[in-house]
Design a binder for this molecule. Structure first.
Ligand code: GLN
Ligand code: ZN
Length: 766
């Protein structure tokens, strides 16, 4: 008999109950008990829902108050020293201090680092390892939650991150220590966890080892062998769980490990199918991830069934499980909440709750109990999506297929454009600017909410926005910022604002997905060919330009970022969708130029995070991503200056692609690790202009003039003075004016000091 399994369910709740419970607990408007009650109710609701949707195998310990990697660090006792943990069990106070830092009672302890979970938009808390790290079983969460479900009559399969991925995703804070050096002591704790799970009556465990879907070094491969040979089977069945990509060259390694079963992602790793059919030992259970856990489209069930049938035919149903490709953590909870969505588009979608039914319907079909009506509906929806007139726009398709290499190239190389821009813009050395947004104050957010609810009419809202822009321009003049911006007061979100004005997008009301901790995002859905019916930013940009004698910088979000932060259609390559968006942005760029805007910034903060997990896939991604950016930017005259902006990631390893984007100016997040970014420029001579951020906008601290002057001198050590711009490291929308004003004052002051120093040096040289 084939079984249906789930690997993880979204934790936050269909109405983001966990988010609100956490935030009110942090604000001390509710108690720890209140928070724990909400959490317990959510777990119960989700377990019951999974059972009702037909899951044979239901996960536990997939729930988390903040993050599952943080939970692992607590389970394993990997608590950094600064949190004062003295052994025993990690309490919630310590847990949240690790997640968010602690600033109370004279204490000022920083949070642990957070980074993206593989190639998703979910962020995990990075384990911090040192030679002092002493692993010890330090949390009962995994045991308690198993028993909590059992008390409800639900047998669950506890989930934990496997030892090798845990270490590979950790960071060592000791020069001489590689995380994998700690494998042996770590395995002792895993053994203890297994032993305890076994005494509780657990039969199956899900061990997540997503790093098996990445390129492994010889040492890492060895670590997998050591780990799983040491763990043996411990009298427990465990399913080694791999997702977010295929196993490829790690396939025989994964199959050779002594696990009872192996879960594979057959959506992103469909290239493994034949090898798995040929090589998987008969006794090993194969869990087939056939339902996409990271996107929102209905599965083509006939296709998935055909794949699963091959496995059942080859091995018999008793060693086959059907499942989502990965945890459903990355899907919104329930499509039934979307009462306002276009009904045709809605019929193509499936959220976490609906995906469970897809999984169980596959299981039933494989066991000879096919629900013919359900499959027929599914095929009708899949067919309607293929042929719908909502999706297909011939003009857009023709434009994309008519793209030429020439459209990716500016008319002249940077060395020539530079002169044209210099003559036209007449900016001082070390020009100052910002990244685009100014504080989204309470007033700004209230006005937008009132406008969206229909309580404020268009005329009054426009009037309000106009005043915000006037104020921002006035402030920038007073600060003596060389390249002002309008401030982005009209934008809720840098992707949503554009998505709402482009064809081919829809927005859900409740399609929230956890980003980190209590933070959720609601990605737009790109369902069809993308086009731009009308200009999107020309009105407010030209409004601002009319208020200033200085060149006002226009602000756009780039095609890769729009793609990366949306749910993207899966019926054509991402590169094609990206090119469609690029053409829409290109039109906007041209319209801004026509309207007299001389400087246009196209933000691409997400370019790095789109990088595929596997090295062998990265070049092709970088090619089309850089190409799409160039399409969006390259239509303008030499004298129009194109800027781009990047943040959130380390760019050192893709610096040549960043240079290849050929923006005239790039501003880049650095201030938290200024030296690290600048070190890249010692070896790599960045060809165009660059503004390494000198003000860390993520911190409420106001940087001093001296500090910023110091950073600028550092930049001058590795870059040419003619190349350098001065700017904060990201948009200022999350800050208040009370911080922004003094910070900007100091930034301009630091710039002027450096200009003087440079002028003095020049005199000396003469
Ligand atoms: N222009 C945007 C802003 O300033 C850029 C935001 C970002 O990089 N994430 O808000
Ligand atoms: Zn940024």
């Amino acid at each position: 008999m084939v079984l249906a399994a789930n690997l993880g369910f979204p934790r936050v709740g269909v109405h983001r109950e966990l988010k609100f419970a956490l935030e009110s607990f942090w604000k001390k408007t509710s108690t720890e008990q209140d928070l724990l009650t909400v959490a317990k109710d959510l777990r119960k609701r989700h377990w019951t829902l999974q059972r009702d949707r037909g899951m044979d195998i239901i996960p536990s310990n997939d729930f988390s108050l903040y993050d599952h990697m943080l939970d692992m660090s607590c389970l394993l006792g990997a608590v950094p020293e600064r949190y004062g943990f003295k052994g025993g069990l990690v309490n919630h106070d310590t847990y949240f201090a690790m997640a968010r830092g602690r600033q109370e009672g004279g204490q000022d302890v920083v949070a642990m680092e957070m980074t993206k979970w593989m190639d998703t938009n979910y962020h995990y808390i990075v384990p911090e390892l040192t030679k002092q790290t002493q692993f010890a079983l330090s949390s009962n969460k995994i045991f308690d939650e198993y028993q909590e479900a059992k008390a409800l009559g639900i047998e669950t399969r506890p989930v934990l991150v496997g030892p090798v991925s845990y270490l590979m995703l950790s960071k060592s804070y000791d020069a001489g220590l590689k995380p994998l050096d700690l494998l042996a002591p770590l395995l002792e704790v895993y053994k203890a966890i297994f032993a305890k799970l076994k005494t509780l009556g657990v039969k199956d465990v899900q061990i997540d080892e997503p790093c098996l879907a990445t390129n492994l070094t010889a040492d890492e491969k060895k670590a997998f062998e050591t780990a799983y040979q040491t763990l043996g089977n411990q009298g427990l069945n465990y399913i080694l769980t791999v997702y977010f990509g295929g196993l490829r060259d790690n396939l025989s390694l994964a199959l050779s490990l002594p696990s009872a079963g192996l879960h594979v992602d057959l959506v992103r790793g469909s290239e493994d199918i034949d090898a798995l059919l040929a090589q998987a030992p008969k006794g090993k259970t194969l869990s087939l991830g056939l339902i996409e856990g990271r996107n929102i489209w209905k599965t083509d069930l006939n296709r998935a069934l055909a794949v699963a049938e091959k496995f059942v035919a080859a091995r018999g149903g008793d060693t086959v499980i059907v499942a989502p490709s990965c945890s459903l953590l990355h899907s919104p909870v329930d499509l039934d909440q979307e009462t306002k969505l276009d009904s045709e588009v809605k019929s193509w979608l499936s959220f976490a709750t609906q995906k469970l039914t897809e999984v169980s319907s596959l299981r039933d079909a494989l066991n000879g109990k096919k629900d013919a009506a359900f499959f027929a509906d599914n095929q009708a929806a899949v067919g309607s999506r293929q042929s719908s007139s909502l999706i297909h726009n011939t003009a857009v398709k023709q434009r994309v297929s008519a793209l030429t290499e020439a459209m990716k190239n500016r008319k002249n190389p940077f060395s020539k454009r530079r002169l044209a821009q210099k003559a036209d813009l007449n900016l001082p050395l070390l020009p100052t600017t910002t990244i685009g947004s100014f504080p989204q104050t309470k007033e700004v957010r209230h006005a937008r909410a009132a406008f969206n609810k229909g309580e404020m009419n268009q005329a009054s809202y426009d009037q309000f926005l106009g005043e915000c822009i006037q104020n921002a321009i006035k402030i920038q003049h007073e600060l003596d910022i060389d390249v002002p911006v309008h401030g982005e007061f009209e934008r809720n979100d840098m992707v949503e604002y554009f998505g709402e004005q482009l064809s081919g997008f829809v927005f859900t009301k409740n399609g929230w997905v956890q980003s980190y901790g209590s933070r959720c995002v609601k990605p737009p859905v790109i369902f069809g060919d993308v086009s731009r019916p009308a200009p999107m930013t020309v009105q407010w940009t030209t409004y601002a330009q009319a208020l200033s004698p200085r060149p006002v910088k226009g602000m756009l979000t780039g095609p890769i970022t729009i793609l990366q932060w949306s749910f993207v259609r899966d019926d054509q390559p991402r590169s094609v969708t990206c090119n469609q968006i690029a053409l829409a942005i290109r039109d906007e760029v041209m319209d801004l130029e026509k309207a007299g805007i001389k400087i246009i910034q196209i933000d691409e903060p997400a370019i790095r995070e789109g990088l595929p997990l596997r090295k062998e896939d990265q070049t092709s991604y970088l090619n089309w991503a850089v190409g799409a950016f160039r399409i969006s930017a390259a239509g303008v005259e030499d004298k129009t200056q194109i800027h781009t902006h990047m943040c959130y990631s380390e760019f050192n390893d893709i610096m040549d692609s960043v240079a290849d984007m050929d923006a005239d100016v790039i501003s880049i997040e650095t201030s938290r690790s200024a030296m690290e970014l600048l070190s890249a420029f010692i070896e790599f001579k960045y060809p165009n202009d660059i503004g390494p951020g000198v003000y860390d906008i993520h911190s409420p601290r106001i940087p001093k003039t001296d500090e910023m002057a110091f950073l600028l001198r550092k930049a001058l050590d590795v870059l040419n003075p003619e190349q350098i711009w001065v700017n904060p490291d990201c948009g200022l929308k999350t800050r208040g004016w009370a911080e922004v004003l003094p910070a900007m004052q100091n930034m301009v002051a630091a710039t002027k000091i450096l200009r003087q120093e440079l002028a003095a040096e020049q005199k000396d040289a003469v």
